[in-house]
Ligand binder design. Structure first.
Ligand SMILES: Nc1ncnc2c1ncn2[C@@H]1O[C@H](COP(=O)(O)OP(=O)(O)OP(=O)(O)O)[C@@H](O)[C@H]1O
Ligand SMILES: [Mg+2]
Length: 262
């Protein structure tokens, strides 16, 4: 793949994988204080998959998400995103990849507090140089899609936790990224709001083909995915279709009330 390939036109992954990770390691610190957070992780994800990452505290899930989200560099190993090796890109190039191909959703929403829902969703487009009229038009449409068409001018403090997370998902979608990543997106939400947010992720996955990779401790949250990947001590120890991990009776069915609410 030639180095000049523009980030806005990612090379098609020759082998069909959107995410292709091999032998990924991450060591924090040095010498006796070194923490081997990832010890050789391999994972391949097709475009259109909906993957839940589970595992005990400290097993490396967030570290892995930071690498997948192009927020950090691995210590060693390979990460190809849509066919492009991104593991050794400069910080600036990595930021371009992140801003154009990946939407990231955090547990704590990370919205600008004095800024309206509309402006929060506009922000990535502002950085990308989209003209104001177009920004407003797209941000309105996105907020409509996430069910907040009647909350455009509300600030985060005037929204419920679930609504704030919808704004954050809207912001993650603003630049048209085909890949949504989330680290404990329902960690600060009650179970009803969690189900709403998961139904929204599922709708974006099914109707818009957006690939979703999210970390959760909660089996009921993982139940919305199609595939469950389990980490332990910096390694993937299990990787199976969701119906082999979570019984069908415990999974939200198509047309469940939550889905209608989303
Ligand atoms: N910035 C850092 N500096 C040093 N060590 C770190 C850093 N971030 C994480 N670690 C260590 O790396 C290991 C993996 O941490 P990580 O945050 O990836 O775990 P996790 O699976 O996300 O856990 P949790 O479920 O509690 O969020 C832990 O031992 C942690 O203490
Ligand atoms: Mg974590």
């Amino acid at each position: 793949m030639v180095e000049t390939t523009a980030a806005r036109q990612p090379p098609a992954a020759e082998n069909g994988w959107l995410i292709e990770v091999r032998s990924l390691t991450k060591v924090y610190g040095e010498g006796p204080a070194a923490v081997h957070a990832l010890r050789g992780v391999g994972l391949r994800v097709h475009a259109g998959e909906f993957v839940a990452i589970m595992g005990p505290s400290g097993s490396g899930k967030s570290t892995f998400m930071h690498l997948l989200g192009c927020l950090d560099h691995p210590t060693s190993g390979s990460y190809r995103l849509a066919g492009e090796e991104v593991s050794r890109l400069s910080r600036d190039r990595l930021a371009v990849v992140r801003n154009t191909r990946i939407g990231f959703v955090f547990q704590s929403f990370n919205l600008l507090s004095r800024t309206s829902a509309l402006e929060n969703v506009e922000l990535p487009m502002l950085y990308a140089g989209v003209q104001r009229d177009e920004r407003v038009r797209r941000a309105r449409a996105i907020l409509d899609q996430v069910g907040l068409g009647d909350r455009l001018t509300h600030r985060p403090s005037e929204l419920s936790g679930g609504q704030q997370q919808r704004v954050a998902i809207g912001r993650a979608l603003a630049n048209g990224a085909p890949l949504l990543m989330a680290d404990e997106p329902t960690g600060n939400l009650d179970s009803a709001s969690s189900a709403d947010i998961m139904a929204l992720f599922r709708r974006l996955n099914r109707e818009r083909g957006i690939t979703v990779v999210l970390v959760t401790h909660d089996v009921q949250v993982a139940a919305w995915s199609n595939r469950v990947v389990t980490f332990r001590d910096g390694l993937i120890t299990d990787d199976r279709p969701v119906d082999e991990v979570i019984p069908a009776s415990a999974r939200p069915g198509a047309g469940a009330p939550e889905e209608v609410r989303a």
